[in-house]
Write a protein that binds this ligand. Structure first.
Ligand SMILES: [Fe+2]
Length: 167
């Protein structure tokens, strides 16, 4: 029987929740909890599905949790990828268990996540795919998100809706 562990994700979660609790608009913080943790879980799922180990999935999950941090902190989308990567660097540096290399992998993915048209590293791509996957799965019937190229790609990759033959 394994005991519950307090891990690095819990340290990140603590700081993320601190910020989300401070949002004046409760709807904004609700959206933040749903989207950031949703993308985090989608990142872990995609990373594991693509054959990576659990430690890699942990880093991917953290990238997802922090990827839009500044959007919820300032209520603006302007330069949010770059700004969120700076916030992520500050947060991860404050947690002694992260190596500089891990911090740079996570922060690079966050800073590039808005470039959905381009293909970057394998790790960067997990975050971009997870972002579109979460938007789609939040409401499976909404065409707007389902029709996005990355949502279609992920649906195919996971073998979803095979029997309906519609992607
Ligand atoms: Fe996002």
């Amino acid at each position: 029987m394994h005991e519950r562990q307090l891990t690095r994700i819990d340290s990140v979660r603590k700081q993320l929740d601190e910020m989300l609790k401070q949002c004046e608009d409760k709807e904004t913080s609700r959206n933040g909890y749903v989207h950031l943790y949703g993308v985090g879980q989608a990142c872990a799922l995609i990373a594991l599905h693509r054959g990576h180990d659990r430690k890699y999935a942990e880093l991917a999950e953290i990238a997802g949790m922090l990827h839009d941090y500044s959007t919820y902190k300032d209520g603006t989308r302007e330069n949010h990828a770059e700004k969120s990567s700076i916030e992520a660097e500050r947060i991860l540096r404050s947690i002694p268990q992260f190596t500089p290399e891990e911090i740079s992998i996570v922060c690079q993915a966050i800073s590039k996540h808005s470039d959905k048209e381009q293909v970057h590293t394998e790790f960067d791509e997990i975050l971009k795919d997870a972002d579109d996957m979460q938007h789609w799965l939040r409401n499976p019937v909404e065409e707007y998100f389902f029709q996005k190229e990355r949502a279609q790609k992920v649906a195919r990759e996971f073998g979803l809706m095979r029997e309906q033959g519609k992607w």
